[in-house]
Design a protein around this ligand. Sequence first.
Ligand code: GLC
Length: 462
Amino acid sequence: MKQIKVLLIVLLISSIFKGHSQEKIWNETKVEKEKRMAWWVNDRFGMFIHFGLYSLPARHEWVANKEHISSEEYQKYFEEFNPDLYDPSQWAHLAKEAGMRYAVITTKHHEGFTLFDSKLTNYKVTITPYGKDLLKEWVDAFRAEGIKIGFYYSVIDWHHPDYTIDRIHPLRPNNKEDYAVLNKNRDMKKYRKYMHAQVEELLTNYGEVNMLWFDFTFPGEHGKTREDWNSVKLMKMVRKLQPNIIVNERLDLKDYPGGWDFTTPEQFKLSEWPTYKGEQIPWETCQTFSGSWGYHRDEMTWKNERQLLVLLIESVSKGGNLLLNVGPDGRGSIDYRAKEALQKIGHWTKFNNRSIYGCTQAPDKFNVPENTLLTYNSKTNRLYIHLLDYPLQNFTLNGYKGKVKYAQFLHDASEIQFTELHGTWAFGGEGGKDSIKDGAINLSLPVKKPPFEIPVIELILK
Ligand code: GLC
């Protein structure tokens, strides 16, 4: 009887323990994590690159899924893959000029084709007419420009014969009953082994990799879960091979300490800094210039300069990063529309990047004036007001009295004169929306808007 009691107590304690603490993937303190991620939080702006066989059909990187294309039919793109204009140093230069500090490239997308010389497959770039390790050239060129390098790797694989057919696979059946038949000879265990080994290659053969971007887990009926990837084992290997690497959250390990580093809202505008278990978390939104990640010849919904700048500024104003995508074409060049967009962003960032790098959400004590976005640099104690809609000459900042030492435009360091306002009324009279509540300053702006899509005021704080 006594023994049974002891056993029950042991079982109870161990079940409590299990319920409250998830297995750790990586042993790291909060401070250590912050240090590891410091460059990424500082740099804020990266280039996403979707390049693969899908650049040839030029109808979206999901073309195989959308048009139910079998591997046999898809083979023609493999046979024609020869990006003769590929010049990664030109890509790196474009990224740098746009103000991007890191870049993430699709080493393998859902189509299963690798841009690197994998020993585990023949479905790789070195066997195509191009014949060289394209990734190696890319890594060298981006490193030479001082841009941090990131690898996107799709855990989904529409080419591998052991990868089971799921609801997004090009060969998905119309009837639910047919999945079992189609998957009879497919073995995820074998695919998992292959996929883990490819990730190992990527993290072993290219020197230090700064970021890893897994894509993606989709549980539910005929989906894929973290068990399908064996995410825990995979992530443990990643941490072991590259202890400084920064990894996204798409292996679905949110509840595991060390299982992820940042969250990735895709094509989505956040209304506030996201949290997990009550704490603000690192985040990066990924966005396209137009409605496709891979090169899409006929897609015409391109964002304009203003929309792109707002994406960048708004991310930083909520403590996040922006990963902006280019889809090079089948010859390996970044087309004129993307080039133009990058150059426009570059013109702005060249003169205004101080409001981006090293910046984050402004402290709550600063009111956000109408039609503006605020960012803040805690090291230099400067506040940045981005003027989305250029105001009139008198620009009153409620609640700023006694806080500002000096004001200037960021792009040309020209002084903006200001006065501290006294009393309770400004220009709108007493009592209304325009009355002064907590002490205000009035900036005197030039009537003519400076020659930037979104001008920035830099306030040097007391
Ligand atoms: C996705 C898509 C994809 C794209 C990616 C970028 O989940 O499947 O094509 O590569 O997100 O975030």
